[in-house]
Design a protein around this ligand. Structure first.
Ligand code: UDX
Length: 442
């Protein structure tokens, strides 16, 4: 099976490398020559555990190639995955320019039957739009099928998620296309792969519905956590007992400073926009977006409360705040929509002096905060002279800090544990003035 993957961003590169690992011959295409040169030199432009190993292995085996020549890639391959970006426009709707450009490139270079697979997260109806664009150019000259095959990859676990997916959604309009897609994914399975075959629109909707539901789930437990803090309950016990109900499940019930990343914020907004286009207001998702924005700001209120400071400009003048964790979650260098951005910018607004440390997102953070904050080389130097330590991302290395040492390095002993990685009682025993999310009063 010969496959082209257009777009070597996060989704495209993981898809291309993993399909090569399945034994397919894969050509990854990108218009960014610098990126392709890097990949051809064995350098990986993104941080993703395990990806470097399979890129190297499959490149050496001749199953994985990188090129800027989209025309040749279309001509040489039967299946073409579209995995280009769909960034949010100002109004929150997805910008489809890149997807549409690739559709035109495919149409112009067609030389036989092709399966065009939408891997990018695209609004419901995009599959039909891609079909129309190609049809307008190709006419009846060549047959082709458009397929929606959404990805459900988590950053930091993408290779594993691709290799062992909970489900493989195939939205298609012909048996031939379904059979080809099943062939691609079955290569990796001994038993039957977990396929869900639907029409194109359903497959597109599954992606949005799944991400919006997960965003709702996180937001729900964040709201319950906020309430737990008010009434003196322990949100971890609440979540544990809730999760024991098989209908609820224990996953994605961990409270924190709000969800971030490239998917949940973008996809929830896009879903609301799709609904609006059809004259419908999808209220629960709207509410989740609003509550998630509020969650980030409530974290700032928590910090102000901990420090006994007012919510007004200049109130944090001469206050040193240390931020541990900048990425939107551990095991990624991705800063997109990270709660740390809102939290730090708000603290700066109140006049705080910020020192920050993240194990791998520092470079990306520098391009966001510039020299408005100070960057530390590790956790301990970051807390020197601090009045308050704020843990924003739950990197494993932050879970086993020597908290006695941390305390001795700080000027004042305030700890805002926004990922609940420490035991409140223990922290108070050490002498911290401690808050977290949903266990602050236990
Ligand atoms: C997500 C989906 O999991 C994936 O299926 C989809 O295709 C893309 O979006 P990702 O954005 O990589 O993946 O991260 P994920 O691990 O799902 O976490 C998203 C955000 O939610 C992070 O900010 C994380 O910290 C937060 N989160 C997650 C919580 O606050 N609590 C939880 O219980 C789980």
């Amino acid at each position: 099976m010969r496959i082209a993957v257009v777009g070597t961003g996060y989704v495209g590169l993981v898809t291309g490398a993993c399909l090569a690992e399945f034994g397919m011959f894969v050509t990854c295409v990108d218009i960014d020559k610098k990126k392709i040169d890097m990949l051809n030199n064995g350098e990986i432009p993104i941080y993703e555990p395990g990806l470097d190993v399979i890129v190297e292995k499959n490149s050496k085996a001749g199953r994985l190639k990188f090129t800027t020549d989209v025309a040749q890639a279309v001509k040489d391959n039967l299946v073409i995955f579209i995995a280009v970006g769909t960034p949010p426009k100002e109004d929150g709707s997805a910008d489809l320019t890149y997807v549409e450009n690739v559709a035109r490139d495919i149409a112009k270079n067609m030389n036989g039957y092709k399966v065009v697979v939408n891997k990018s997260t695209v609004p419901v109806g995009t599959g039909q739009r891609v079909k129309k664009i190609i049809k307008e150019i190709v006419g009846d000259k060549f047959r082709f099928d458009v397929v929606s095959n959404p990805e459900f990859l988590r950053e930091g676990a993408a290779v594993n998620d691709f290799m062992r997916p909970d489900r493989i959604v195939i939205g298609a309009e012909s048996d031939e296309a379904v059979a080809i897609m099943k062939d691609i994914y079955s290569a990796h399975y001994l038993g039957e792969a977990p396929f869900v075959v639907t029409n194109i629109e359903t497959a597109e909707m599954i992606k949005y519905a799944s991400n919006a539901f997960l965003a709702l789930k996180i937001t729900f437990i964040n709201e319950i956590a906020n309430l737990c803090d008010l009434v003196g309950a322990d949100v971890h016990k609440v979540a544990k007992a809730m999760g024991m109900d098989g209908r609820i499940s224990p996953k994605f019930l961990h409270p924190g400073p709000g969800y971030g990343g490239s998917c949940f914020p973008k996809d929830t907004l896009a879903l609301c926009n799709i609904a609006k286009e059809y004259g419908y207001n999808i209220k629960v998702v709207d509410a989740a977006i609003e509550a998630n924005e509020r969650q980030k700001l409530l974290m700032v209120d928590k910090i102000l409360g901990l420090l006994g400071k007012e919510k007004k400009e200049g109130s944090l003048k001469d206050v040193n705040i240390t931020i541990l964790g900048l990425a939107f979650k551990p095991n990624t260098d991705d800063m997109r929509e990270s709660p740390s951005i809102v939290i730090i910018n708000e603290l700066l607004k109140y006049g705080a002096k910020i020192k920050a440390f993240d194990p791998i997102a520092m470079e990306n953070a520098k391009s966001i905060f510039g020299d408005s904050i100070e960057y530390s080389k590790d956790e301990y130097s970051a807390v020197e002279g601090a009045d308050c330590l704020v843990i924003v991302t739950e990197w494993n290395q932050f879970r086993k800090l020597d908290m006695e040492k941390i305390k001795s390095l700080m000027r004042n002993h305030n700890l805002a544990d926004l990922r609940n990685i420490y035991e409140p009682k223990k922290m108070r025993e050490i002498g911290f003035n401690y808050v977290c999310v949903g266990r602050s009063k236990i």
